[in-house]
Design a protein around this ligand. Structure first.
Ligand SMILES: Cc1ncc(COP(=O)(O)O)c(C=O)c1O
Length: 386
């Protein structure tokens, strides 16, 4: 029986794009909830009608939106704040560090998202030794990473789900090893939040960074940061702005007096409209529940893996359900032009060089859509000149 669980499919009508396209690109840009225009109208309405008084509603909205995320990953209340993107969040974390040999190593693996790699690389001129473990971005070098973490390691940055292959990383041994050696861990959860259930406290990471564009269906401009509550007040981000001050409206001269808790990471004027927009996706993900999303995704990724193998495609995603996130990457000669034709035919997916076509169904996709895209790939390949 191909049909997906009907209760989840009832969400389909809440996402307009699903009526127009076979939308399987949820690890890149999740579908927009139909309520987003209303949420943005709420934001603009406040500005139009209240003028500067709107800030009295806008500012508390930041913690309210972050609280939705805290619920999704079981983070303690007040342990997360909003920012613009992963780049900003990670830069703020890095700006807390002192690179004092021998503990001056930043450690990450070859499959990280480039923004993370660029930021880590940028720390060399401040005295960081930047270690990139492994050379194949398609395979997570778990053992090698554990061996690399030692007393020289200051910070480990690791993706929860690798963006190319969808490999789900076992984070706990990494955190254990890092903490045993006095190092801290940042989890880039962009590809797992809203798709794979986890409890951030239970994982034990010191920081979590992510954004809203993908599985959270929150659109661009709303990143976020979690910091371990017992750590946050010991951190002094150099990338800090007036909203990081204990009294932002005191307009006091430096040195900064940091706001208590996570607010010290707020920086400058917050990106309010993005938070109004993102909250609509967060609310839905919280209501649907990440466990239900994951249960369905495991079944659909299995369908995709088996269906791709039957059709002679190479599967880049681990077959083991415990080692994969919710997207499946398939590859074959000519994958890029096939991607272009798929887009022309209304099948929305993407292609990553060296990895292949990423197929990412979400809770609102049907099993039939998963099979249809595989058949479409076969059809396009058959018609394409060699
Ligand atoms: C794992 C991961 N990290 C980070 C990013 C993006 O970083 P930023 O929010 O800075 O654009 C992406 C994709 O856009 C990603 O897949």
């Amino acid at each position: 029986m191909l049909s997906s669980m009907p209760d989840l499919l009832s969400w389909r009508r809440r996402f307009p794009v699903l009526a127009r396209k076979t939308y399987l690109i949820n690890n890149s840009l999740g579908a927009m909830p139909e309520t987003v225009p209303l949420a943005l109208a709420e934001y603009t309405g406040l500005w139009a009608e209240e003028g500067v008084i709107a800030w009295d509603t806008w500012l508390p909205e930041i913690a309210r939106v972050a609280a939705l995320l805290e619920d999704i990953i079981d983070a303690p209340r007040g342990s997360m704040t909003m920012c613009q993107n992963v780049t900003n969040a990670l830069a703020a974390v890095l700006s807390c560090l002192e690179y004092e040999p021998p503990r001056n190593r930043l450690v990450s693996c070859a499959g990280e998202f480039p923004t993370v790699e660029y930021l880590l690389d940028s720390q060399r001129h401040l005295g960081a030794e930047v270690i990139r473990v492994g050379s194949d971005p398609l395979v997570f070098p778990a053992e090698q990473l554990l061996e690399t973490i030692d007393h020289r390691t200051l910070l480990v940055v690791v993706s929860h789900v690798l963006f190319r292959t969808g490999e789900l990383v076992d984070v706990r041994p990494i955190v254990q090893r890092a903490h045993d050696h006095g190092a801290l861990v940042v989890l880039d959860a962009y590809q797992s939040i809203g798709s794979v259930p986890f409890d951030v406290v239970d994982l034990g990471v010191d920081f979590l960074v992510g954004g809203s564009v993908k599985w959270l269906c929150g659109g661009p401009g709303a990143g976020y940061l979690y910091v371990r509550p017992d750590l946050v007040d010991r951190l002094e981000p150099r990338i800090a702005g007036w909203f990081s001050h204990a009294r932002p409206f005191g307009f006091e001269p430096p040195p900064i007096v940091y706001a208590p808790g996570i607010s010290r990471f707020l920086g400058g004027t917050p990106n309010i409209p993005a938070f109004y927009q993102a909250r609509e996706g967060y609310r839905i993900i919280r209501e649907v529940g990440v466990s239900a999303i994951r249960e369905k995704a495991l079944r659909q990724s299995q369908l995709l893996i088996e269906g791709a193998l039957e059709r002679g495609l190479t599967v880049r995603t681990p077959y083991d359900p415990e080692r994969r996130g919710n997207h499946v990457t398939v590859d074959f000669p000519g994958a890029e032009p096939v991607k272009n034709e798929l887009l022309r035919r209304g099948f929305v997916i993407d292609h990553r060089p060296g990895a292949g076509i990423r197929i990412a169904p979400h809770f609102y996709n049907t099993d039939e859509e998963c099979i249809a895209i595989l058949d479409e790939i076969v059809d396009i390949r058959r018609r394409m000149p060699d």
